[in-house]
Design a protein around this ligand. Structure first.
Ligand code: 9MR
Length: 569
């Protein structure tokens, strides 16, 4: 059983923000406009109108009509849209759901912490668990971990801590780095905008919630400290640490019996750590000068080591017991690291590396966005947001690139039956498409930051609607949000589908979403011939569709935080 059939009237199952466009999708092969009505919680019709037929939608294969109920703007809960016999899931007009989502999506990272108990006083009994990977039998632990057989390094490292990547227990620097960066950027952007109060201390339920430091920084620091530990004596950074073999589902972290192994160092991991450590040095300068200096020294050393080892590729075939996360192009990581180091230190050598890079002035940002293997735009975001000594015209050019790409997203949003602002060369949806959707929404958000134009802000909400239920599967891809949220995400201890004594994921966790490449056995069995946006099932074994990760949730947290901030006006 993979769930009930999708609805014919697709809405954001959480809500629509007052003063923004409110759109839904009707699935119907009728070629003429259909009458719709909006009902309030009491069942009274409060607005009516007619649909606009749009023909067959390419990404979903559905024959669709647009329902535009923007003119109705009265806040409330329990609205439904009705067309003939068909009705939508209920939704709100309001923004409470976004206020909640910004914190739930950040709270996810505490659950993913490795090397520390997850305590009931913060997350409740349901989600409490003992520390994983601290060498308490049968657990093998992340202390004194040797390098992989075949790539002995002559030393061991203590790499306890950090966040588990996803549904597995691996910890991968290139993915941990972009995730920590995005969480930190959520804060840094808000700080520069004067809106960081909403991200202050005491906003999350974590052990550091009353230490006088914003919780979002405390949480990101948990990962940054781990990234620093992955640095080898020569300054290079180990690519990843994970189990020697894949474990079965379910396996709780503290019960993982597999030996742990460090993979070789890589140029990508080294630059990734350099970038995040340089960013951290800047952010903690006035908060914890000692930590700031430690991070900066690690970043400087890593950057120099990467320059001396500019083409050390992580083994693309090393996918046993953990993901490969291999990347072969490093110009983007060099640019990103140089951008962070320059912004933090102002030094001429980093500046020259920034301005001399082929990525400079937003040249690598396109509709494909950014992800663990394409990090140039992260450097752009820092250079476009954080004051630095670069020529104003260059900063303007970087910002202009964001608005150009945002315009292309808006055009796609206008064309799609279920606007996702997702783009790929071949029209397919890739592994983690929802994370990409969230990141593309952040490009729209930045375009609004840079220009103040309403259309970009509206685009952000439009894209969030796709993630929260206005899509052809009728799922809200965020756990605990909406009437039909995903429940069976691929995770080693949020695994109720396999063991009724285990919980489902807590609220605020983003599923990877549709992947038309059908890369796991469930997907190949159930989804042959699917249209891209429909290549999805809510099944725990469907790891190429329904896993959750730190990098997808960092994208969600960034955009949820922005959307909550901007909901008022
Ligand atoms: O997110 C990663 C995606 O871009 C890759 O195509 C895929 C296959 O290599 O791997 C994804 O990352 C997974 C990682 O390898 C292991 N932890 C879970 C990640 C999410 O599925």
């Amino acid at each position: 059983d993979v769930g009930e059939p999708p609805k014919k009237v697709q809405v954001d199952q959480t809500g629509y923000v007052p003063g923004t466009p409110k759109r839904a999708t009707l699935v119907s092969s009728a070629t003429t406009p259909q009458a719709w009505s909006l009902k309030n919680a009491a069942g009274t019709t409060v607005a009516t109108g007619r649909t606009t037929p749009k023909g067959v939608d390419a990404a979903s294969g559905d024959p669709v009509h647009l329902i535009d109920f923007s003119s109705y703007d009265t806040a409330g809960t329990g609205y439904t849209l009705v067309v003939g016999e068909e009705s939508s899931y209920p939704f709100d007009i309001g923004d409470d759901h976004l206020d909640k989502l910004r914190y739930d999506s950040l709270q996810f990272f505490y659950h993913q912490r490795s090397g520390t108990p997850i305590e009931a006083q913060y997350v409740g009994e349901t989600y409490a668990r003992p520390a994983g990977h601290i060498n308490v039998a049968p657990n093998q632990g992340d202390k004194d971990v040797p390098c992989l057989t075949g790539v002995p390094c002559g030393y061991t490292l203590d790499v306890r801590g950090g966040w588990y990547d996803a549904g597995d227990h691996g910890k991968y620097v290139v993915n941990g780095g972009i995730s920590a960066w995005q969480v930190l950027n959520t804060y840094e952007r808000a700080k520069l905008a004067g809106t960081a109060d909403a991200l202050g201390d005491g906003k999350l339920a974590i052990p550091e919630k009353a230490n006088g430091v914003p919780d979002v920084l405390d949480e990101a620091r948990w990962e940054v400290e781990f990234l620093l530990k992955m640095q080898a004596p020569d300054g290079m950074v180990h690519h990843k640490i994970h189990d020697a073999n894949w474990t079965a589902l379910p396996t709780l972290p503290h019960e993982d019996p597999q030996p742990r192994r460090l993979s070789a160092t890589s140029t990508a991991a080294t630059l990734n750590m350099a970038a995040v450590a340089a960013q951290a040095a800047r952010i903690w300068k006035g908060i914890d000068p000692e930590f700031s200096a430690k991070a900066q020294a690690a970043a400087v050393k890593a950057y120099a080591a990467a320059k001396a080892n500019p083409d050390k590729i992580a083994d693309p075939n090393d996918g046993t017991g953990g993901g490969a996360y291999s990347d072969t192009t490093f110009t983007d990581e060099f640019y990103w690291a140089a951008a962070e180091l320059f912004t933090t230190t102002g030094e001429a050598a980093y500046r020259a590396d920034v301005t001399g890079s082929p990525h400079y002035k937003g040249r690598s940002l396109n509709e494909g966005g950014f992800y663990w293997a394409s990090t140039g735009p992260l450097g752009d975001i820092t250079l476009a947001l954080v004051p630095n000594g670069l020529p104003a015209a260059d900063v303007a050019a970087t910002r202009a690139r964001f608005t150009q790409v945002a315009d292309a997203h808006l055009q796609r949003i206008a064309e799609q039956g279920y606007p996702a602002a997702y783009w790929s060369e071949d029209g397919g949806y890739a592994w983690g498409s929802n994370g990409q959707v969230a990141n593309n929404a952040s490009v729209l958000a930045l375009a609004h930051d840079f220009t103040g134009q309403a259309k970009y802000r509206e685009g952000v909400y439009e894209v969030l609607h796709y993630l929260l239920g206005r899509n052809p599967t009728s799922y809200s891809y965020v756990t605990g949000y909406g009437d039909r949220p995903v429940e069976n995400v691929h995770h080693r201890h949020w695994a109720r589908q396999l063991d009724p004594t285990l919980p489902i994921a807590p609220p605020g966790v983003l599923s990877g979403g549709p992947n038309s490449a059908l890369q796991d056995p469930i997907a190949t069995r159930l989804l042959q011939g699917c249209k891209p946006q429909k290549c999805f099932v809510d099944h725990i074994e469907a790891y190429s569709l329904n896993e959750v990760t730190i990098n997808w949730n960092s994208g969600l947290a960034w955009v949820a935080s922005w959307a909550a901030e901007k909901a008022g006006g």
